[in-house]
Ligand binder design. Structure first.
Ligand SMILES: C[S@@+](CC[C@H](N)C(=O)[O-])C[C@H]1O[C@@H](n2cnc3c(N)ncnc32)[C@H](O)[C@@H]1O
Length: 214
């Protein structure tokens, strides 16, 4: 992976952090907003559909959607440690053979990744500097549904992220967190032929499901 942020991702989402996350997932299930996204997709029907989960972490979305009738999943992730945890969980949940794994920056891999019925990015956009490329390329891969969880566009969040980035810089950690404009994200997705069908928010996150038109 060429980008500096991807080196930061490898450093930030290391084995210690991902093992902790897997333990939490086994104890408590998906995070609240992840659960909202999963339920919104399930309500639309996922039977027989393929899933491309970009930055899927420990794999919460693909396990829930496979259990709900999705046919297969591809997990593309820039973090080696998250992919290891996700592989472990695939075995644990008996989904081996139904999930494919790709390591790398999705923006670099995109040309070789075929479209899927559902594409999801759960808390991923905020970990990547080039929103136009990440959202642009991933939304073109969505044949039917495109699901996002990303930070709300508020001044409080922008200040919070600026403080966090200052601390990361101070600790010589190259990882950065990004607050991308909701309007800009929405424009890129709509520009690729998808319309918003579902919206929910918490104090920090917004959950959106788009559907392909026509
Ligand atoms: C904050 S974690 C979220 C993990 C999981 N989706 C969740 O919500 O628990 C961000 C994830 O996005 C991945 N990621 C960020 N930018 C990426 C990119 N350009 N290509 C592939 N994965 C990316 C990271 O490796 C990491 O797995």
């Amino acid at each position: 992976m060429n980008c500096c942020q991807c080196q930061g991702i490898e450093m930030e989402f290391n084995r210690k952090k991902t093992a902790r996350e897997l333990k939490r997932y086994r104890r408590k299930g998906p995070a609240k907003t992840t659960r909202v996204l999963i339920e919104a997709l399930k309500a639309r029907g996922v039977q027989g559909m393929s899933l491309l989960d970009i930055g899927g972490g420990v794999g919460a979305i693909h396990h829930e959607l496979l259990d709900a009738g999705a046919s297969s999943a591809t997990h593309a992730d820039a973090s080696t440690a998250y992919l290891e945890a996700s592989r472990e969980e695939v075995e644990h949940q008996g989904h081996a053979g139904r999930v494919g794994f790709l390591h790398g920056d999705f923006v670099e891999l995109a040309a070789d990744i075929p479209p899927a019925d559902i594409v999801t990015l759960d808390r991923v956009i905020c970990c990547y500097h080039d929103m136009q490329a990440l959202v642009g390329l991933s939304s073109t891969r969505a044949r039917q549904y495109y699901g996002l969880v990303y930070p709300r566009d508020t001044w409080l969040i922008r200040i919070g992220f600026a403080i966090l980035n200052f601390v990361l810089g101070f600790r010589k950690n190259p990882f950065r967190i990004f607050s991308h404009s909701t309007q800009a994200v929405d424009a890129v997705v709509r520009g690729n032929g998808l319309e918003r069908q579902f919206y929910a928010k918490s104090s920090v996150w917004q959950v959106v499901v788009y559907e392909r038109q026509g």
